[in-house]
Design a protein around this ligand. Structure first.
Ligand code: UDX
Length: 448
């Protein structure tokens, strides 16, 4: 089928390349000339493992092309996906739908014959109705259907998530559109990917509910981790213990510095707003947002405590800047708040990240960017692991200790074993595995 993908960002580029790999003819449309120039010369403007090879092979076979000409890409398409950004609007947290609305107007003016218009971007409940209204107003003769088909792609594993999805959610009650969507995803039906056909608003809300639940699950284990530190328990074993319950499951129970990225923060906020407007507030998610916001600076306080109560005049090495490993995305990364808080407390920051430093340099001031983890540790009074890159998982502790000003390691992703690190002569702080618990203190006081 002929597929047009509007927006060649994290979602559009991965989805377009995967649809091409299914054998469809795909035109990825973007209005950024620099991005188009990069893509047309084989350079991928984002870091996503495997995407460069996937784009190259499909572009070579002529199944995937990049264009700035939305009109002709829409005119020739059977399906037009809207995969443009829906960032949080400055100041009030509502999703900014201006790019979606603009795309709808341009699509309306260019479509030819029955066209399925799909919202792939994460959009608030009711956006499909708005897109439908815009198209009808722009082109009363248009023969089309608007479908919701939210993406569930995790950055760093997006291609695998697309090709081996837990499920496909398709929101439409139009029979012709249903047939087109079945054809588009036929290769996945063949490997029995479960498909949920439902109506449009339900599909839109399903996306938000999914992300909000995952954000809440992560925040839950983060709070349990804080409790573990107070009572001297181990959050990793608690996570394993509850995760063995089939109703809970082991995933998304890794305690850390708080969630970031381009999705959880904006989607939780947008859902909170939708629910407040509908006078049915999602208070659990409101609380999740508040807890997560506070957590990032709390992590900086953990570093200050590990340094004896002050970082003034000290050098802190930060390993990992991106919001998680295997991405270059710095959006809402915990490192931004942690570094700012440490600088506010008088620390000098040197940092390294395998992929995120170009983006980080545009967001951080007065940070010295290093080329390796060991350079980051040089003369540092403490080393903080913020992102769980594989490159940080088996550092030479002896070499680190020799190069650092003081052997303090704060591991915000629990990638090291406390016993091993302490045996190497470090003061080691991590998440939810400390025994600086008050119950132990209380018990020892009682014993005196
Ligand atoms: C998320 C959803 O997983 C995906 O389905 C949706 O389409 C887009 O948003 P993404 O934002 O790429 O994907 O990252 P994800 O892997 O979900 O992690 C989100 C945040 O939670 C990251 O900051 C990550 O570090 C954090 N996290 C995740 C934890 O702190 N602990 C965990 O156990 C899992």
């Amino acid at each position: 089928m002929k597929v047009t993908m509007i927006g060649a960002g994290y979602v559009g580029l991965v989805s377009g390349a995967c649809f091409a790999d299914f054998g469809h003819e795909v035109v990825c449309v973007d209005h950024d000339p620099a991005k188009l120039e990069a893509l047309n010369s084989g350079r991928i403007p984002i870091y996503e493992p495997g995407l460069d090879a996937l784009v190259a092979s499909n572009a070579k076979q002529g199944r995937l092309i990049f264009s700035g000409d939305l009109a002709s890409a829409v005119a020739s398409a059977d399906v037009v996906f809207i995969a443009v950004g829906t960032p949080s609007r400055r100041g009030d947290g509502y999703a900014d739908l201006s790019y979606v609305e603009q795309a709808a107007r341009e699509i309306a003016r260019s479509m030819d014959g029955f066209t399925v218009v799909v919202t792939k971007s994460t959009v608030p409940v009711g956006t499909g109705d708005e897109v439908e209204r815009i198209i009808q107003a722009e082109n009363p003769e248009a023969d089309f259907a608007v479908v919701s088909n939210p993406e569930f792609l995790r950055e760093g594993s997006a291609i695998d998530d697309f090709k081996r999805p837990d499920r496909i959610v398709i929101g439409t009650t139009d029979e012709r559109a249903r047939k087109v969507m079945q054809e588009i995803y036929r290769p996945l039906f063949l490997n029995a990917a479960p498909v949920l056909f439902t109506e449009r608003r339900t599909a839109e809300l399903t996306k938000y509910a999914g992300n909000a639940f995952l954000a809440m699950k992560v925040t839950f284990i983060n709070e349990i981790a804080d409790l573990c530190e107070r009572v001297g328990a181990n959050v990793q074993d608690v996570a394993r213990g509850i995760g063995m319950d089939g109703r809970i499951g082991p995933k998304f129970l890794h305690a850390g510095p708080g969630y970031g990225g381009s999705c959880f923060p904006k989607d939780t906020l947008a859902l909170v707003k939708t629910a407040q407007d509908a006078e049915s507030p999602v208070r659990l998610i409101e609380t999740t947002v508040a807890i997560n916001d506070q957590r990032k600076r709390a992590m900086a306080r953990k570093v200050v405590r590990a340094c004896g109560g002050s970082v003034r005049g000290k050098t802190i090495g930060v390993l990992g800047l991106t919001f998680k490993q295997n991405t270059d995305d710095m959006r809402e990364a915990p490192s931004l708040n942690i570094i700012q808080a440490l600088q506010d407390n008088g620390a000098t920051i040197q940092a390294y990240d395998p992929e995120g430093m170009d983006q980080a340099a545009q967001l951080l001031d007065n940070v010295a960017f290093c080329k390796t983890a060991y350079e980051t540790a040089k003369d540092a009074h403490a080393l903080v692991i913020v992102t769980e890159w594989d490159a940080f998982r088996s550092l030479d502790l002896e070499r680190l200790r020799e190069t650092m000003a003081s052997p303090i390691l704060v591991d915000l992703r629990n990638i090291y074993n406390p016993t091993q690190v302490e045996a190497a002569g470090f003061t080691y702080e991590s998440i939810g595995r400390g025994s600086n618990g008050w119950m132990i203190d209380a018990a020892s006081e009682a014993a005196e």
